[in-house]
Structure formats: structure tokens, C-alpha cells
Design a protein around this ligand. Structure first.
Ligand code: ATP
Length: 237
């Protein structure tokens, strides 16, 4: 579905991505793990069209998208993101935040049924539908951010650290909801996480990113038993 080929991305003179190549197959959950500053967020932003790579190509269903505008990437290609730090609109209500996620759509009935789906997935958002986004707890804001991305009816959903800052029981809940979305909506998911253990549990395949390069890649189950991954990312040995 998505093929990133030899991507080089810079912030001014700082090179954040140094020749990244990854593939995401239709229908799967693929994870990208790596420590702070490895370039995970930069890769998501590059895929979404928010930063232009200096070199390399990104193919979505075989067509290059690295020069397509971020608006078109959401509206026409249906790639949506729940960004790091959630980035919800604090002064807007939960409902308004969710409606913003559907700004690129005109199919009113579809929007209505997706809103119902999101509210059934996250009953806490239904309870707080008229509350301002900024008054929600961290976990609820995370749900709102994922819900808002779902309102774009994405075919490819990019999740940037959905478990960050959440209490352990909520972390479990978020990961099982990610699995549920992937199954029920047949949404392909690229999951960026520092929580390598849980991410490798829900994913089919994974990539380990280190200082702008892919260090390891493979089936999630193989990465889980890989000696280097266990030491560096699973806190074992
Ligand atoms: P984290 O989990 O901490 O967000 P990450 O793996 O997502 O880490 P990135 O945020 O993609 O990493 O950062 C990759 C590199 O690019 C880092 O060295 C970072 O300092 C640098 N970087 C990120 N954003 C900018 C920016 N706006 N200007 C300059 N350098 C940046």
C-alpha cells in the first residue's frame, strides 16, 4: 500500500532521516519503534506531506506522493494522522473536534455513521460530547485525537505515540482499541511507539529506527525475540 524509498529529510542543515525505506501492506498494523530523537515523528510528517524530503520517493498504491499537498493526502488518498502530543483543539467541544476531522468530506450520512462508530468505540467521548477539549484528561484527549483522525475515514492511519503519558490500564485499552479499529474498519495502521513491548504485541511487522536509519526490520514476533531489541528496547538482559 505504502512504500517509502530512500527518504532523506532535513531540518535546515540537520539531517533527521538518512535514507529510510519501509513498506506497509494493506490491512496490517506495522510499527516503528526507536528511542527519542530517532526520527519517528519526522518520518510520519514526511509521509503526511508536512515536511518535504530532500531525496527519495514515497509511493502510495504505486503512485509517488512526495510532492502532493497535505490537504490532498488527507482528502484524496485518505491518509490521516493522530499526531504526537495529541494536538486537539482545546477551546472546541469534543463534538466540534470530531467534526473537524471530517472537514474534507461531504458525505453527510457517512460522517454521521462514522461519528456514531467513534462514540461507540470511545463511550467516554460520548459522555463528554459538549465539554471543551482542553478540559479532558490526557487519556481522553488521546482518544479524541484518534477519534478525530478516524473521522477522516482513513485507509491508512498514522498513530504517533498513542500511549504516551497514559496510566498503565489506559495503555492496555488504547492498544486493544487500535487492534479493534484495524479489524473492524480494515484500516491499515502505522503505529509509532516508544512502548516497544506493546507495539510489537499488536503489530504484524515492525521497523527499528535509530538516528535516522532503519536498524532492524522484520516480523513483530521475530523482533520480540531479537537479542538487540530485547536489550535496547524491551529492557531485558
Ligand atoms: P520523539 O519520540 O522524541 O519525538 P522521534 O523519533 O519522533 O523522537 P523526531 O522528532 O523525528 O524523533 O526527531 C528526529 C531528529 O530531528 C532529532 O534529532 C530532532 O532533534 C530533530 N528535529 C525534530 N524536529 C526538529 C525541528 N523542528 N527543527 C530542528 N530539528 C528537529
Amino acid at each position: 500500500m505504502l512504500e517509502v524509498k530512500d527518504i532523506h529529510t532535513y531540518y535546515g542543515n540537520i539531517q533527521a532521516l538518512k535514507g529510510i525505506s519501509i513498506k506497509i501492506n494493506q490491512g496490517e498494523i506495522c510499527t516503528l519503534i526507536g528511542s527519542n530523537g530517532a526520527g519517528k515523528t519526522t518520518l510520519l510528517r514526511t509521509i503526511q506531506g508536512l515536511i518535504r524530503p530532500r531525496q527519495g520517493t514515497i509511493l502510495f498504491e504505486g503512485k509517488p506522493i512526495e510532492t502532493v499537498s497535505p490537504q490532498k493526502i488527507v482528502r484524496e488518498l485518505r491518509i490521516a494522522q493522530s499526531p504526537e502530543g495529541r494536538m486537539i483543539f482545546p477551546r472546541m467541544t469534543v463534538l466540534e473536534n470530531l467534526e473537524m476531522g471530517a472537514f474534507s468530506r461531504k458525505d453527510k450520512l457517512g460522517i454521521k455513521s462514522d461519528l456514531e462508530y467513534v462514540l461507540s468505540l470511545f463511550p467516554r467521548l460520548r459522555e463528554r460530547i459538549a465539554q471543551k477539549g482542553g478540559t479532558l484528561s490526557g487519556g481522553e484527549q488521546q482518544m479524541l485525537s484518534i477519534g478525530r483522525a478516524l473521522m477522516a475515514k482513513p485507509r491508512l492511519l498514522l498513530l504517533d505515540e498513542p500511549s504516551m503519558g497514559l496510566a498503565p490500564n489506559l495503555v492496555q485499552e488504547i492498544f486493544s482499541l487500535i487492534k479493534q479499529i484495524n479489524k473492524e474498519r480494515e484500516t491499515t495502521i502505522l503505529l509509532v511507539e516508544q512502548n516497544a513491548r506493546q507495539a510489537l504485541d499488536v503489530a504484524v511487522r515492525g521497523y527499528v529506527l535509530r538516528t535516522g536509519k532503519i536498524e532492524l526490520e522484520g516480523r513483530a514476533s521475530d523482533l520480540q525475540t531479537n537479542e538487540e531489541v530485547r536489550k535496547a528496547y524491551l529492557g531485558e538482559g
